[in-house]
Design a binder for this molecule. Sequence first.
Ligand code: E4P
Length: 220
Amino acid sequence: FHLYLDSADMAELQACLPHPVVHGVTTNPTLLRRAGIGRAGVPGLLRRCIELGARQVQAQVYSQDADGMLEDARALLAHFAPGQLVVKIPATRQGFAAGARLIEQGVPVTWTAVYAPEQAHFAAQLGAAYAAPYLGRLEDSGADGLGLIAQMQALVAQRPASGTRLLVASIRSREAYLSLLRIGVGAITIPPRLFSELLDHPATLAAESGFLADARDLPA
Ligand code: E4P
C-alpha cells in the first residue's frame, strides 16, 4: 500500500516528513498555485521531499496537447533519478497518447482526474503505475464515489501483471480514508492536515499522558 501526501506547501510537508508510512508526495498545478510555487520551483520542492525521505514524488504536466505534455515531462524528469518522479497526466485523449509514450520509455505514469471505471481500465491496459480518481469531487457531483472506485478497483485487479494501483485523491475525512482501505485500493493521497488527524488519535494521546504520569511516579 502506498500512502502519499498531497501538497506543494513545504512547511506542511516538512512537518510530516520523514515518516515510515509515507511513500511519497503528489502535487498538481492547483496545489502549486495555492502554495505560491512557480514551475521553476517544482524540481527543487520535490527534490527536497526526496531528501526528507519520500521514495517517489509526482508532478503534473502543464500542457493540453501530447507533444507539449511530453516536453513538460522531459523537463521535469531531467532533475530526478530513474523511477523517482512519477509523471501525472490528465486522463484525456491527448493525455493517454502522451503517457503511453512515456511508459514505453520506462517512465512511471499516473493518469489523473479519472472519473469513470473505463478510464482506470485504460490506464491498467497501458501499464500505468497509478490511476487517480477523485473521491470528494465524484461525491460533489452527486455520483456514488465509493461505488465507482470499487468498480475501478475490480477492473484494475483483473490485470495484476500491469502493476497499476488506484491512487485515490480528494480525500476529505477519516471515514473516507477508511472506506477506501476497505475497498482495497493500492494507494491513497491525502492532505498533510488529514495525515496528522490520522496519526494523532486523541484517545491514544490521552492514554499516553496517563502512562507518562504513572511512569514519573514509579519508584526507580
Ligand atoms: C488531486 O490531485 C487533488 O490535489 C486533490 O486531491 C483534490 O482535492 P479536492 O477535491 O478536495 O480539492
